[in-house]
Design a protein. Structure first.
Length: 298
């Protein structure tokens, strides 16, 4: 059975999927996520910090070894908002090439949206009725089967622009909501009967909403969040210190500094897009990359 590997180098996390793909479907061999914070601190400077590059490259070196020992047919790594916006992205890409064994592709926001949509909806029989929302650290993708947009706001960027303290000051929280609403103001996707949410912000919010004792994304597949749920979560997270957020069992402590920013983006997205509820999935851009690799191999 053909085996494919995808690496997603995001603003906040760096992830790997190795999957077997055949006509009857797709099966995970290995799916790993590590919070590396590649884009942290880059909102104002426009540069990826040396320590962030080094930290991410170490993780990529481990992924490269896993790919090399997994009898993979084809592999692709994609780098998103933090890398495409960084003035020193070539420095990072060279470090990533040496670590992985092949050079990542810096993809556009439009391609990112398309791959997110394909991955999130691959197991659904009617993707034409779905709108997908993917909140990353640096951008948010809003996409349907007719195409999508990449909005230049995410959990890290909103945190660094508007939410400098823990707990959040009321004025900072109000500013964050305005910033998120302004960024999303131009998005006008076609209306769909269902909305799906993908990536780490959403799976973390769902795990906290369900009061799980783990932050494993597989445990929240199919969970539903409503606008009122997200409003309560924003108020709750905004009231907590960083240490209190780090102690939440269902939240990866490495996401604690930026989870409020992600929650504000999520809340704002539902309000701006007129959505009452959204269904969370653990399938995402990694699945989309693997499926696209399988198509090109046929």
């Amino acid at each position: 059975m053909p085996r494919f590997a995808a690496v997603d180098i995001g603003t906040n996390s760096t992830r790997l999927l190795i999957a077997d793909i055949a006509r009857h479907g797709m099966a995970d061999v290995e799916r790993i996520e590590q919070v590396t914070g590649l884009g942290r601190g880059s909102t104002r400077s426009g540069r990826l910090a040396p320590e962030s590059i080094e930290r991410t490259a170490r993780v990529l070196a481990g992924y490269g070894r896993r790919i090399g020992s997994a009898d993979v047919t084809r592999a692709r790594a994609v780098a998103t908002a933090a890398t495409r916006d960084a003035v020193n992205r070539e420095e990072f890409l060279e470090a990533a090439r040496q670590a992985l064994g092949f050079r990542p592709d810096v993809i556009s926001g439009e391609e990112e949206a398309e791959l997110c949509f394909r991955g999130a909806t691959a197991r659904d029989g009617d993707p034409g009725r779905i709108l997908v929302l993917d909140i990353g650290g640096g951008s948010t993708e809003i996409v349907t089967d007719q195409g999508g947009v990449s909005v230049n706001i995410g959990s890290i960027r909103l945190t660094e622009r508007c939410l400098p303290t823990h707990p959040a000051a009321p004025g900072h929280l109000a500013s964050a909501r305005r910033e998120a609403a302004h960024a999303m103001g131009t998005a006008d996707p076609p209306r769909r009967s269902r909305a799906m949410a993908t990536a780490g912000t959403w799976t973390s919010l769902a795990a906290m909403h369900l009061r799980l004792d783990t932050h494993d994304s597989r445990e929240v597949e199919g969970a539903t969040l409503g606008l009122a749920d997200l409003e309560r979560m924003v108020a709750w997270l905004g009231s907590l210190s960083l240490e209190e957020k780090e102690a939440i069992p269902s939240l990866d402590p490495r996401r604690a500094p930026i989870i409020l920013g992600g929650a504000v983006v999520a809340e704002t997205a539902l309000r701006v897009l007129g959505l009452e509820t959204i269904t969370v999935t653990g399938y995402d851009i990694l699945d989309g990359v693997c499926l696209a690799l399988a198509d090109s191999a046929n």
